[in-house]
Design a binder for this molecule. Structure first.
Ligand SMILES: [Zn+2]
Length: 222
């Protein structure tokens, strides 16, 4: 699943090669309430509150292998760094200040120990946004970009088609009306690319609709 990257990242310093027992569940769990019994941080950006809202307040999380795996809040990233579970690869031009420390504002962090990601992208919830992101917001029948997009079951549900990644494509409204309840060969409408479960990076695009420039070099093409 995680193929070798063509652009070799620099070798990490030896001191961070140690193995830390940490589960994917702990690293990747939802942040609601952030019950982590870690240091109590009252982090705030120095006079740049606007940067803490929207996707600019998000941090890209890379696995130890440099594979992008998640998006988290600045606060969560700061906790991972202070607990020496992650290192900062890219930082913002302003700092976080807590009681006794100043920390560069993380933009991209890398976990110091490898977290095994289950190969379950095909089971992840199918949402319109994720389907559109996978298909690059392009109608899979006529190539029209953006506009009034819908999702289409390639094999219609009425003909036994499943609601699975390999049977749902992005479709503009006119194409959806034109195809109607017909099979691809009946309508002579075949998706331009065979639908399949998306790569994990798709969910990063969904979590952060506008991708900060500093993230781009770390996001593999979907
Ligand atoms: Zn179309």
């Amino acid at each position: 699943m995680f193929s070798a990257r063509t652009r070799s990242p620099p070798e990490p310093p030896a001191r961070i090669r140690r193995t830390v027992a940490v589960s994917a569940h702990r690293i990747l769990r939802p942040e609601a309430g952030d019950p982590e019994p870690g240091p109590s941080l009252a982090l705030h950006g120095a006079g740049r509150p606007a940067q803490r809202s929207g996707s600019s307040g998000r941090v890209l999380v890379l696995n130890a292998s440099y594979e992008p795996i998640n998006v988290c809040t600045v606060r969560r990233a700061a906790v991972l760094i202070l607990k020496e579970r992650a290192e900062i690869l890219e930082q913002g031009d302003w700092a976080l200040h807590a009681e006794n420390l100043t920390l560069a504002r993380p933009v991209v962090i890398r976990l110091l120990s490898y977290v095994r990601i289950p190969r379950d992208a095909h089971r992840r919830k199918i949402t319109r946004r994720a389907v559109f992101a996978r298909d690059r917001w392009t109608c899979q029948y006529c190539g029209h970009e953006r506009g009034n997009l819908t999702v289409d079951h390639v094999i219609p549900r009425s003909k036994g088609g499943a609601s699975t990644w390999d049977n749902i494509v992005t479709c503009c409204a006119p194409c959806n009306r034109r195809k109607g309840d017909r099979l691809p060969r009946q309508a002579n409408m075949v998706p331009s690319s065979k639908p399949r479960a998306p790569s994990p990076s798709i969910f990063i695009h969904v979590a952060a609709p506008s991708i900060p420039a500093a993230w781009e070099q770390y996001l593999v093409a979907a």
